[in-house]
Design a protein around this ligand. Structure first.
Ligand code: COA
Length: 265
């Protein structure tokens, strides 16, 4: 166990960090305290070179029921300015998770609603159980999916966002995979194995190559073609001459495992 947290379970297993939202009695809904803890955790993890992959999970029967409605109801009595400060803290938390320099794997069972769907959107790989349920339910509660929208729209595109954010309908893992929110679906009893398989795949890749790819993807997505060519050439040239670039190519030619890859057995 690393760090002291009230609402998170954090466990380090070699290069794998597992962070679990731990308020199962409210289906892991997040309030200002959870936001502060997750933000602090993300900042610390981003600066820890020993971590190569993070698994984000939720304790109990649901992944995350989104923003804590009790907390939001309390916010009704606050001024707009205080609400703005609060929303900015939530935006910063989503931004920090989105920008983690290592892959973030979402392990999703049961409900992932509102901000829970938003958390899925900031994961690089989402592994969901076949009973998972997603939805931008905010409009049903009289609010809107605002803070999570940049991350969700980047993931599922404008068309699906318009349908799902405006209807507030709930949708299952199959639909979530169709729109690019979920990548892999497993039977509920096989979810951990499916997550572990994904973790193993990530550990087989060069940490610096993965980090560079993660940085490059949003840059390329927002770049004009000429600009993209410059960015991509620079990225591959730097990686080829880097220690891991050299090691990876040498290991392949010498038919051996590269230094960063764990024994597959
Ligand atoms: N905020 C605060 N508390 C929440 C919550 C939320 N977002 N979601 C669930 N809870 C609480 C419930 O009020 C209930 O508390 P209680 O035991 O004191 O009555 C407890 O969690 C269990 O919820 P319950 O609905 O009985 O459990 P369930 O397993 O049948 O259903 C959900 C779980 C998540 C599907 C359901 O609670 C739900 O739809 N929640 C709303 C999710 C949502 O729309 N979030 C978007 C917020 S913007």
């Amino acid at each position: 166990m690393s760090g002291i947290h009230r609402h998170l379970l954090v466990r380090r297993d070699g290069p794998v960090e597992r962070v679990t939202l731990n308020r199962p009695e409210v289906r892991n809904a997040f309030n200002d305290e959870v936001i502060a803890e997750l933000s602090e955790w993300a900042e610390r993890t981003a600066g820890d070179p020993a971590v190569r992959v993070v698994v984000l999970a939720g304790a109990g029967k649901a992944f995350c029921a989104g923003a804590d409605v009790t907390w939001m109801a309390r916010m009704r009595t606050y001024t707009e300015e205080e609400n703005l400060r609060d929303a900015a803290a939530m935006a910063s938390m989503f931004g920090s998770l989105d920008a983690l320099p290592v892959p973030l794997v979402g392990r999703i069972q049961g409900a992932a609603l509102g901000g829970g769907t938003g958390l899925a959107a900031v994961c690089d790989v989402v592994v969901a159980s076949d009973d998972a349920e997603f939805g931008f339910t905010e409009v049903r509660l009289g609010i809107l999916p605002a803070v999570i929208s940049p991350f969700a729209v980047a993931k599922i595109g404008v068309s699906a966002a318009r349908e799902l954010m405006l209807t507030g309908q709930r949708f299952g893992a199959a639909r979530a995979r169709e729109i690019g929110l979920v990548h892999r679906i497993a039977a509920a009893g096989e979810l951990d194995d499916a997550v572990q398989a994904c973790v193993r795949e990530i550990l087989a890749g060069a940490p610096s190559g993965i980090a560079a790819a993660k940085r490059l993807i949003p840059e390329v997505a927002g770049a004009r073609p000429g600009e993209a060519a410059r960015l991509t050439s620079r990225a591959i040239a730097a990686q080829r001459v880097s220690p891991e670039g050299q090691e990876g190519l040498a290991a392949f030619l010498e038919k051996r495992r590269p230094g960063w890859a764990p024994d597959p057995s």
